[in-house]
Design a protein around this ligand. Structure first.
Ligand SMILES: [Zn+2]
Length: 270
């Protein structure tokens, strides 16, 4: 504290500071309590910093600056290439307690090695969501790969196809992010890099950026009643749901059933 130049941040329980200050006014908490309420000391409720960013709760200029400072707390914990990634990836899956999000364009033979890990995570109560390329993709539509996607669907909660998807992201427990060039469920021989970063604010920022919660809830096609819904992006950067069921009465192609995705709808609301 003696080296502080311009500003110091204290994260603490206000109730606890007052309790200690009452009993020991000369203690550091006592000194701190005496400062609260004077000019130059600002108090920000912790709940305004842990509110999901998409709610846009006003925090004021000071609050926004503090949130910015905290959000920069990202620890780069690993940098992997294709030879070391799977040990880190399996460890990350095994560490998951609540949620696992994967953006992995292709699903190929590699998935067989990962499926038992995903099954164990689901059995522990981890919600697993996977975004993959839709079956119009040349590689993904090979019968062997389509059947591997079915194996994946049988294990995890949600698989959502996205047209020309190319992101490669893993997010564990809204806290750990693995981001880079490697397709986690199809990698076979190419050179890759994946960076593992820890930081809850950053992880939530990535999930918000990818519209994770909204994109994980595709509707049923109202024309054929099936679940064969993919995500596409239009020329105006609008995202939309599209039915790709080949037996849909619309006839598919340009006439396929489509619906713009409302990005402002709160997930879970009607
Ligand atoms: Zn349909």
């Amino acid at each position: 504290m003696t080296r502080v130049q311009t500003r110091v941040y204290v994260i603490a329980s206000g109730t606890r500071i007052r309790e200690v200050a009452r009993k020991a006014p000369d203690s550091p908490f006592g000194q701190l309590d005496a400062l609260i309420g004077t000019s130059g000391v600002r108090v920000l409720p912790a709940k305004s910093l842990i509110t999901p960013p998409e709610l846009n709760v006003p925090r004021g200029e000071f609050g926004d600056r503090l949130a910015e400072v905290l959000s920069r707390h990202v620890e780069v914990s690993d940098v992997d290439d294709e030879t070391t990634f799977y040990a880190s990836f399996v460890a990350a899956i095994r560490s998951a307690r609540t949620s696992l999000w994967l953006w992995t364009p292709w699903v190929a033979r590699r998935v067989r090695m990962i499926l038992p890990e995903l099954r164990a995570a689901v059995d522990r109560g981890v919600r697993v969501t996977v975004f993959v390329r839709d079956p119009s993709d040349q590689l993904q539509k090979k019968p062997a790969n389509l059947s591997l996607v079915e194996d994946l669907r049988a294990v995890v909660h949600t698989v959502v196809p996205m047209h020309v998807m190319h992101q490669k992201i893993v997010v564990v427990d809204e806290r750990t992010v693995m981001l880079g060039s490697l397709n986690a469920l199809s990698q076979s021989w190419t050179r890759e890099v994946m960076v593992t970063m820890r930081g809850a604010c950053f992880a939530r920022k990535i999930l918000t950026h990818e519209h994770a919660e909204i994109f994980a809830r595709p509707p049923k096609c109202p024309r054929c009643g099936q679940d064969d819904i993919e995500i596409r992006r239009g020329a105006k950067e609008n995202w939309y749901w599209r039915c790709y069921n080949t037996r849909c009465p619309t006839g598919g192609g340009n006439k396929a059933w489509k619906k713009d995705i409302d990005l402002w709808r709160r997930p879970g609301s009607a």
